[in-house]
Design a protein around this ligand. Structure first.
Ligand SMILES: C[S@@+](CC[C@H](N)C(=O)[O-])C[C@H]1O[C@@H](n2cnc3c(N)ncnc32)[C@H](O)[C@@H]1O
Length: 443
């Protein structure tokens, strides 16, 4: 191989989900966190295990719902590193589904692919179905070798350099999953990088990670439209240091032409005119202009002053997830698909306690997603700390209690999987306020 670093024969076995892999000695302990690898290492970040678990579940759901057609599934794990993501797809989906999948794993780093191949040789899918092919090269050209039903882009930093060629490679209907670790840019902390890479502004507040995911979706949807395609978001997640958006891509000119109806602005502390417009366009769910909301959405055609610090965008202003895809991500579904089960002859010698720990990690990776699916069609994501400061009501209400209260009066609502205590609901703004006030503990 002509590269520095330990050869795969000297690796130690490790497990994530239900899938075993080989890593250089102690790598699992030393390669945590969002840093780049050094030459000769293989990148493995256990902080991304939740992202890989959700990827397995979404693939399973997409096959079940026919989103990837009925024939062979050409999948690509575009920036594969240890190869674990694609190996988990094959090992953790059922045999009859895996039999349809040809997964290419691509990396510029030859040593990483050697580790991926060694892991696959030693620990092939337990049901023996599905094929993996390692491709040494640049994803930007490798992805164009065939039409793709499933494309995963999980880079260091921004995914922007990989999006155009990946979009061109998509089959008539397929799913793309895109991670971004340049959260400082996407959330508006690094304003210049945000404008340069994504052509947007984001107010750096408690919704800035949601805004960041929406900016990313808007950029990707523009690229899709250039190639006569449109997006339907399936799942958008902020998980510690990264943002990840997963969406169905469909070929078709008329949906691509409608792009601009899905792109617009988020306005913090909107004035009466802005709220009235947002209501007229069907974005703001209020019934009157008596109590103005914390935020509202406006379409791209609405004239805004882009330098106004209250304005974030351009961003995706449609739903950021799909009800069915998110509803499928229950604790039971995750554990049944990806949870390791204890056995006395466990190859790693894991006892029941260690197995339970990994099962808890699997459960954590889908926390609140299925519940949030009930209200995902609504763009109203409310951070409870913001709500109590806005209303001047003291301690923030518990998201769980406010959701119960909204459901009691017939609205859809769910605690959100967003990284701050929050909920999502289709209730009119006035009802949100009533619910928040009614459950406020007496001062
Ligand atoms: C963040 S890591 C990927 C992590 C992996 N997806 C996982 O789930 O563990 C990024 C990987 O992309 C590879 N890489 C960077 N630029 C590339 C390019 N242009 N084409 C292919 N691979 C590339 C790096 O060598 C590295 O292994």
């Amino acid at each position: 191989m002509g590269r520095e670093g330990k050869l795969p024969e000297t690796g130690s076995p490790y497990r994530e989900g239900r899938t075993m892999l080989l890593l250089p000695e102690n790598a699992a302990n030393s390669l945590l966190g969002p840093r780049r690898k050094r030459p000769g290492e293989v990148f493995y970040n256990s902080a991304m295990s939740g992202s890989r678990t959700r990827s397995v579940l979404l693939l399973k759901h997409s096959i079940e719902y026919g989103l990837l057609g009925s024939g062979k599934i050409y999948a690509i794990d575009g920036l594969t590193a240890s190869g674990l993501r694609a190996r988990r797809w094959l090992n953790e989906i059922p045999e009859e589904m895996a039999a349809r999948v040809l997964a290419e794993i691509v990396d510029l780093d030859e040593m990483s692919l050697e580790w991926a191949k060694a892991s696959n040789n030693q620990f092939p899918p337990s049901h023996g179905k599905g094929a993996i092919e390692a491709i040494h090269g640049d994803l930007r050209s490798s992805v164009l070798r065939s039409g793709r039903h499933w494309v995963d882009i999980d880079p260091y930093g921004s995914p922007v350099p990989f999006l155009d060629s990946a979009m061109q490679s998509m089959a008539r209907s397929g799913v793309m999953e895109v991670s971004a670790t340049d959260t400082a840019a996407l959330t508006g902390s690094s304003k210049t990088a945000l404008m340069r890479r994504y052509g947007a502004r984001v107010r750096n507040d408690s919704l800035s990670h949601d805004s960041g995911m929406r900016v990313l979706l808007a950029v990707i949807s523009r690229i899709a439209a250039r190639h006569d395609r449109s997006l339907h978001p399936l799942l958008s997640i902020w998980d510690s240091h990264h943002l990840r958006v997963s969406f169905l891509v469909k070929k078709g000119i008329s949906a691509a032409n409608n792009l601009e109806t899905r792109i617009g602005w988020r306005v913090f502390s909107p004035d009466m005119e802005e709220v009235a417009a947002s209501m007229a366009y069907g974005f703001h769910l209020g019934e009157s202009l008596e109590t103005l909301p914390m935020h509202c959405f406006l379409p791209l055609e609405f004239p805004v002053n882009r330098k106004d610090p209250r304005i974030s965008g351009p961003m995706w202003i449609g739903p950021t997830g799909d009800c069915d895809a998110m509803a499928s991500m229950t604790d039971d579904f995750a554990l049944e698909s990806c949870g390791p089960t204890f056995s006395l002859d466990d190859p790693l010698g894991w006892d029941e306690k260690r197995c339970a720990l990994e099962r808890r990690a699997i459960s954590r990776s889908v926390r609140h997603i299925s519940e949030e699916s009930q209200a995902i069609k609504s763009n109203q994501l409310i951070v409870v700390d913001d709500l109590s400061s806005w209303l001047g009501t003291g301690a923030p209400p518990s998201p769980k209690r406010i959701v119960e209260s909204l459901k009691d009066v017939g609205h859809s609502a769910g605690v959100s999987s967003y990284g701050r205590p929050s909920f999502r609901t289709d209730a009119p703004w006035e009802d949100v306020i009533d619910a928040a006030k009614s459950i406020q503990p007496p001062i």
